[in-house]
Design a protein around this ligand. Structure first.
Ligand code: GLU
Length: 438
């Protein structure tokens, strides 16, 4: 069985980029009858909070994702320690004593000589005396993983065959001098222990993958299958990373967007499918294929998301919204859904048909409106009442076209645009219409 994971760090809320990671993994699990694990990458215990983790759970649920399992890295430090000890014993992890400043100066010297800023493994050449001197100074080691300096290759489900020679990379620091873990090693251990079959993540992790494949081989000999999708840019083509904070799922929800609009947009962005509104996740599952993801960056434009939200509402059936449309009815919903961009706008239309709002009557239309009032048909009203009424008004005033209809619309709704009056009229009712024409 396929098992995938979405692995956010609970050091903030999730944004559109994370939502995409979550959804692509979720759709893959649904499509293949697999499982989805929500894994909190919370090894950074200083910055991770329960509040963010709860917020992420809320966001994930709002997107319609139901994890089969939830895991916390912070509960697994004993396991990581055991593996790290084993890697040390087998010579894969070696202690280094350089300070950040020293490393920085060394990198600058390399760059000045035109060399790539790759860690030179000086720590591997330390004598016993030098090591003892560092320890006597009070330095504590950080631990690097000794890469094999070989070609690492994998068949990426999106990018095709990838080759990275690990001699072009610095041996990665896996454990800091205070003993805390960077993301790299715990992630590999979890992927092995939880039998992750596929890692679907952004292309910013491609180099990590080369490193993690080597680590994985050192621990268990096997690696999951990888798929790296290209990252999002803004509408201007520039990277989104700086703006991601303001593109949180929480904000989308609070601004009144529909979950399925966000889900449709995030799932179809950067694929060969047109971005279109889906009211049901099954439609996205049916069309899902990692091979459809493009290798070029996808543009995320909030205006497009807003437009997609409107399109989605225009086709949403009453049953799907009835719990969220206050005081509405199916007839009301069908009348107004084509005129709104967000569901919250139904409130203003509900006020128009149910409350005693004030219509707008221009001075030059006063006698026209008076006449219209006099020929208003008696109830019961239905879908034909508007036609019957406006025919009568036309005969009594010889106005037609816009000069006939616009003053009536303004008088009845206070607005110069909106749903078909033929539908709004019976919803509003004769008593309210008479008041507005008075
Ligand atoms: N916590 C990592 C991140 O958010 C997870 C990356 C991964 O999928 O391995 O970037």
């Amino acid at each position: 069985m396929n098992i995938v994971r979405f692995a956010p760090s609970p050091t903030g809320r999730i944004h559109i980029g994370n939502a995409r990671a979550a959804l692509l993994n979720w759709l893959f699990a649904l499509k293949t009858g697999g499982q989805f694990i929500l894994r909190y990458d919370d090894t950074d215990t200083a910055r991770s909070t329960q509040e963010f983790a709860d917020g992420i759970a809320t966001d994930v649920a709002w997107l319609g994702i139901k994890p089969h399992r939830i895991e916390w890295q912070s509960k697994r430090f004993d396991r990581y320690d055991t593996v790290a000890d084993d890697l040390r014993a087998r010579g894969f992890l070696y202690p280094c004593y350089e300070t950040a400043d020293e490393l920085d100066r060394r990198r600058k010297r390399q760059q000045a000589r035109g060399l790539p800023p790759v860690y030179d493994r000086a720590a591997l050449k330390l004598t016993k005396e030098e090591t003892e001197a560092f320890l006597a100074e009070g330095r504590k080691p950080h631990w690097r993983f000794k890469l094999k300096h070989e070609d690492v290759t994998w068949d990426d489900m999106i990018r095709g065959p990838v080759h990275i020679n690990s001699s072009t990379l610095s041996d990665p620091v896996l454990i800091r001098e205070d003993g805390t873990y960077l993301y790299t090693l715990p992630s590999v251990i979890d992927d092995i222990d939880f039998n992750i079959t596929h890692v679907i993540r952004g292309e910013d992790h491609v180099v990590n993958t080369a490193v993690q494949i080597e680590i994985s081989e050192a621990i268990s000999g096997a690696s999951p299958i990888y798929a790296h999708y290209s990252l999002l840019t803004g509408a201007d083509g520039k990277g989104l990373s700086k703006r991601l904070g303001s593109l949180s799922i929480q904000q989308f929800r609070d601004s009144g967007l529909e979950a399925m609009a966000v889900v449709s947009h995030a799932s179809l962005l950067g694929t060969s499918d047109n971005i279109h509104p889906c009211t049901d996740i099954q439609e996205l599952v049916d069309g899902f294929d990692l091979g459809k993801l493009s290798r070029t960056p996808a543009r995320f434009d909030e205006a497009e998301l807003a437009a997609l939200n409107a399109k989605l509402l225009h086709m949403t059936p009453w049953d799907a919204v009835k719990d969220r449309v206050a005081g509405g009815s199916e007839a009301f919903w069908l009348a107004v859904r084509g005129n709104i961009e967000k569901l919250s706008e139904t409130k203003a239309w509900a006020d128009i048909v149910t409350n005693r709002i004030k219509g707008v009557v221009a001075d030059e239309d006063k006698s026209f409106i008076n006449t219209a009032r006099e020929v208003l048909p008696p109830e019961p009203w239905d879908g034909n009442t508007w036609k019957a009424w406006t025919d009568a008004v036309k005969a009594a005033t010889d106005r037609k076209g816009k000069t006939l209809f616009m003053p009536l619309r303004l008088a009845l709704t206070g607005l110069d645009h909106g749903p078909e009056l033929a539908v709004l009229l019976p919803l509003t009712g004769r008593e309210r219409v008479l008041e507005r024409l008075a």
